[in-house]
Design a protein around this ligand. Structure first.
Ligand SMILES: Nc1ncnc2c1ncn2[C@@H]1O[C@H](COP(=O)(O)OP(=O)(O)OP(=O)(O)O)[C@@H](O)[C@H]1O
Ligand SMILES: [Mg+2]
Length: 256
């Protein structure tokens, strides 16, 4: 099992220098670095430049929001971060590994060990209970039976669903389904929780509950990267970067 995350109080060093630089890296470990990432699609005669040179550094324990309007390249960038797609050019290091050097098998391993994915539309298996949905990635990870059952109960309790473990997705509200998806994403103790519009399918109140859950996971030291078009949701994060037309910049552009 990976070492448990450090609590935020133990990481006050990061508050002093949340961004860090190469010259002055601070003490929080950099777990993600992108340099000059581009993505181009060729469509007939046209080349569409979707990502135009993304530089991004994320440190352990950060809660980062990537904010941008529809079509700005958010999901394309999320697919790069999650090693679901390869860039046209640029360098990407995740947890010290150069992603371009990894085999398909190694990428699959990285996706299942390092990244906990959360999507707008939950993607739960409808014929499986909440318990079984959360258990599945742990079966893939070969976690022994007893430890696995204990871990599933633990994370479902953590998201407030101890009494709903045997419910099927269609017996749960939208917010509860998203909490099952979050439990599933954290079950394997990934390096990064990566969420694409995690409140997009939820009403405001339910969305707020999901954000509270993100806060409590982040307080325990979990690194979160959340992609959203919604400024109010982005403001829950400790740090915002904006993406516009395939370019990224630090902060909320509207505050500039
Ligand atoms: N496979 C593809 N081929 C060509 N163009 C693509 C492809 N995938 C995405 N694009 C283009 O890249 C741009 C960014 O798309 P992306 O899905 O990353 O946007 P987004 O910021 O996630 O938008 P939304 O908020 O609507 O989800 C869009 O203009 C889209 O048309
Ligand atoms: Mg998108």
């Amino acid at each position: 099992m990976p070492a448990p995350c450090r609590r935020k109080a133990e990481r006050s060093d990061m508050k002093d220098n949340p961004l860090g630089t190469e010259d002055n890296p601070g003490t929080g470990t950099e777990i993600l670095r992108m340099k000059g990432i581009t993505k181009e699609y060729v469509m007939g005669e046209e080349i569409s430049h979707v990502l135009k040179g993304i530089d991004l550094s994320v440190r352990e324990g950060e809660f980062l929001a990537i904010l941008g309007p529809s079509g700005s390249g958010k999901s394309t960038l999320m697919n790069m971060i999650g090693c679901l797609d390869t860039p046209t050019s640029g360098e990407y290091y995740l947890n010290g590994k150069r992603i371009a050097d990894q085999s398909e098998a190694s990428l699959a391993h990285i996706r299942s060990k390092e990244i906990g994915f959360i999507f707008q539309s939950f993607y739960l298996l409808q014929r499986q209970t909440a318990f079984q949905n959360v258990e599945l990635p742990l079966i893939y990870a070969n976690m022994p039976d007893r430890e696995r059952k204990r871990r599933v109960r633990e994370v479902l309790a953590k998201v407030g669903l101890a009494d709903k473990m045997d419910h099927y997705p269609n017996q749960l509200s939208g917010g509860q389904q998203q909490r099952v998806a979050i439990a599933r994403a954290v079950a394997n103790n990934p390096t990064i929780l990566l969420a694409d519009e995690p409140t997009g399918a939820l009403d405001q109140g339910t969305g707020r509950q999901v954000m509270e859950l993100f806060h409590s996971l982040n307080d325990e030291g979990r690194t979160i990267i959340m992609i959203t078009h919604d400024r109010k949701i982005a403001e829950h994060a400790d740090r915002i970067v904006s993406i516009l037309d395939g370019n990224i910049s630090e902060g909320d552009l509207d505050d500039a």
